[in-house]
Write a protein that binds this ligand. Sequence first.
Ligand code: IPD
Length: 305
Amino acid sequence: SDAELQSILDFTIGLARRAGEVMLEGSEKIRESGATDEKKNSVDLVTEYDVKVEQLVIGELSKAYPTFKFIGEETFAAGGYKRPEMTDEPTFCVDPIDGTTNFVHGFPHACISLGLIVARRPVLGVIYNPFLDQLYTARKGHGAFLSSPHSALPVLAAPRRLPLARPRPLPSLGQGLLGIEWGSDRSREMVEKKGDSFKRLAGNPAEGVEGGRMAHSLRSYGSAALNYAMVAQGGLDLYWEIGCWPWDICAGAVIVQEAGGFVAGGHGAPLDNDVNEDVLWGRKHIVVRAIGDTETEKGVDAQKR
Ligand code: IPD
């Protein structure tokens, strides 16, 4: 019910803030000790704090919601990368530290991303970046909000509805500020594919994106969740990545959709803003602000092809 979801949202916000404290404590220790492990390759990083935060979150969620299922980045890795069967049961979907590379380097864009899936669709999302005290929250049907809970300025401490400003329609992708990521798959094929797309977006307008204009510029946050949050906020017009997992995008998807934005899977997926199981596990995502902006949608369609 509505009241139940609100109480889960309140609980997860409290938990995200506690997780944030563990991240703040851990970040300096990790930078001093350099104690980082590599997962699939030398750029797919994990620290003891990813595991610590995930354990804190699993422990607290399973105490409070013993019947709910759980999908988490580190338990997935520990379980041999087997895709769990998705059911209609409520399922928490958590990335304990999204932006682990940033976390390790002290680049202050890392967050916990905490989503809830009900009947196979994300319905609630909390993203908290403790380094910049940015808390993004959303519940299906009730809008998306940004606050800075530790700020002494009341205007920043109180939740502000997203997007912060209603953006003008984007006449073409060519005039947008676009979020992209290299991701952790650095195979030659992937780097070439992504590099070609980035060149097309950023480069010579004669060869560039539709409308003969290049993007105003490209940005990388190093955290999929924070890229989503920035689209919801209105600071990025679009975010496109190949290589995300459900825990990277589950919370962000609700936040973007509740801010009036648009989320779709990759190549061949319908442009219907329905973050179903296939989109969650699809590894290719495109996120755009402003639904109903047909020129943007045409651009997205072109980009997907
Ligand atoms: C990664 C980050 C990164 C994105 C990758 C993600 P992690 O998550 O979000 O920005 O490019 O696709 O896997 O490993 O830091 O939790």
